[in-house]
Structures are given as C-alpha cells and as structure tokens.
Design a protein. Structure first.
Length: 322
C-alpha cells in the first residue's frame, strides 16, 4: 500500500456523516493516503442511519496503520475490551490515534486520554469531564493536538492532520476539494449556543433574570446580592451552589453570550455592542471576547452572522497543547 496509512475504526452506531468526513477529505488527495475502514467484528456494524456496514477490515489492520481515526458512534454503549486493547496497542507503538466528535469517549475508555487535555463536541464536554475526571477537558476549542493523541469536535482536525503530514498548501487543496474552511486554528472556540451552565437551583432565578435584563449597567456584587436581599457572602455561596460559577464570572459569561447574539443578529457597531453587553470600551470588549471565544468579534461576526457577511477569521499559529 502506498501513502500514509489511515485506518478508520467504525464502532457500532457510527455516525454516517462522521465516517464520511475523513474518507471524503483524505481520498480527495489521491495517493497521499491509503485508507481502510475497520469494524470490531467480521459481522460489521450498523450506522446511525440504519445502514449496515460490512465487508470492512478487522481490528488486526490497526497494527499496520500510521494513523487510526475513531469517528463519532453510539458512545452510550461503550466499547468492547478488545477494541480498547487495540487502541492502547496502537498508542504504545507510537501510532497517531485521533477522535472525531464523541469518538473521544472511546479514547477515554481505552485510557489514552488519562492525564491529557482533550475535547469533544460541545454538547458532551460536561459529560466527558464528569465521567473521566482524570482528563483535562477543554470545552471550547475545535481540537486538541497532544502529539500522538488528538481529539476534536469535527472536520477541522481532519484538515489539521493533512497540514501536519503534507503542509499548508495540500491542506488548502483538500479544503477546496471538499468546500470547507481551509484553516480554523485548534484554539478557536466551538460554536456554542450558551457559555452559561444550566442552573440546578431556582432560589436565585429572579436575580439572574434581573441581571440578564440589566447587562448594560455596571452591576457589582453588592447590586446582585442586594436584589436577592442577601449578604454578599451568603449570596456567593448560594449562587455557586446553583450555577457552579461565582456571580461575577457568571455575569461576564452572560455578557459574552449577549454580545455573541448581537454579533450574529444585528449590524450594531463594535462600540455599541460593547456598551449594550456591559463589557466596557471597544478595546476591552475585543480583549475579553477573544480570550473567551478564540477569535475577535469581527471574525466571529464574519463566520456566524445570519447573513454570512463580514471578514474571515485571520490565520493564527496553531496551539498544540503539549
């Protein structure tokens, strides 16, 4: 076989879209990659769309691969021990092991993510962190490159692999072939509907609602505690118990969320959005927004605004997280 050898491990309930993603991107580059699809047993697996995937390779083929990719699958079912052992063996042999979306749960169950930074699709980051406290889960980034173990939210990591293997020009070619964004850095935030975690208590719900209605005002801790008719110390304790965040951290994330909605749905200027979201000057807003979201407000608007207009995100150096 010629080219960089890639085995895609299709587990039971594999998402057809996630399975097709690396196949489409890597096959578009001709002989640069040699691809195979592997299933845990000769009987094959059923995809999320109900299609039966058969006539695929066996787990033994993983030993000859340079890179093993685990796409998203029905992760609630777990993985068989022989699959976990095969993934551990690949890693021990310095093979590159990659997960797409919730494929990270297979790597976590195999022990490959222990003591590492990792990510997955934003809807499951809290669960990954809860079920595997020995993993440092980065909840916002598009992907995490830890050398021989890489995790991601999706397509961006496939293009990152090409860039690492054959350079930026080839990665850009693959992006053009598949009509994808050529380069979004790993540290850029995933598109997340809300930064704020769900509250587990309701005793301070009225105060949270009031704060959301007054984001443009210079709210202080004493203002929030006063609205709740509590001492600041008691308010902080109860607020953390209900939301998992200190009050002022929660308020800052609420302001970031509000700013994102304004960037997506309005043509307001950066100065106006900074004022309406309570994030101070335009310069302060740009700094805080970039810290939280991994790209500037203008770049975010260009990527996620309803009309799709605006500048593209600038290319930045990739952060590897080693």
């Amino acid at each position: 076989m010629s080219g960089h050898r890639v085995s895609i491990l299709a587990l039971d309930g594999v998402l057809s879209f996630e399975l097709g993603m690396p196949l489409t991107i890597l096959q578009s580059l001709g002989d640069l990659y040699s691809l195979s699809v592997v299933t845990p047993t000769e009987a094959g697996v059923t995809t999320d769309s109900g299609l039966r995937l058969s006539s695929a390779g066996s787990l033994t083929e993983l030993a000859t691969a340079d890179t093993v990719i685990v796409p998203a699958y029905a992760f609630d079912r777990g993985i068989p021990e022989d699959v976990a052992e095969a993934l551990r063996t690949c890693h021990e042999r310095s093979k590159r092991v990659v997960s797409l979306c919730v494929g990270a749960f297979a790597l976590a169950q195999s022990g490959l993510l222990t003591g590492r930074r990792a990510t997955t699709h934003w809807t499951q980051t809290e669960r990954l962190a809860r079920e595997h406290p020995d993993i440092t889960v980065d909840r916002n980034v598009l992907f995490v490159d830890e050398g021989t173990v890489l995790t991601s939210a999706g397509i961006d990591l496939c293009l990152h692999l090409v860039r690492e293997d054959f350079g930026a020009a080839t990665a850009n070619q693959a992006a053009r072939n598949t009509v994808a964004a050529p380069h979004r850095v790993g540290g850029q935030a995933q598109f997340i509907e809300r930064h704020l975690p769900a509250a587990v208590g309701t005793s301070l719900a009225d105060t949270r609602t009031w704060a959301l209605e007054h984001l443009a005002e210079p709210l202080l801790l004493r203002d929030l505690a006063g609205h709740a008719h509590l001492s600041e110390r008691t308010f902080i304790r109860r607020f953390i118990a209900e939301t998992g965040l200190p009050p002022m951290k929660w308020l800052q994330l609420a302001r970031i969320d509000h700013a994102k909605q304004l960037l997506e749905r309005s043509d307001a200027t950066i100065d106006t959005i900074a004022r309406l979201s309570g994030l101070g000057t335009a310069a302060n807003f740009r700094t805080l927004f970039t810290q939280h979201c991994g790209l500037t407000p203008s770049a975010y608007r260009g990527m996620y605004s309803c009309d799709g207009a605006g500048p593209a995100a600038p290319e930045q150096p990739t952060s590897r997280g080693r």
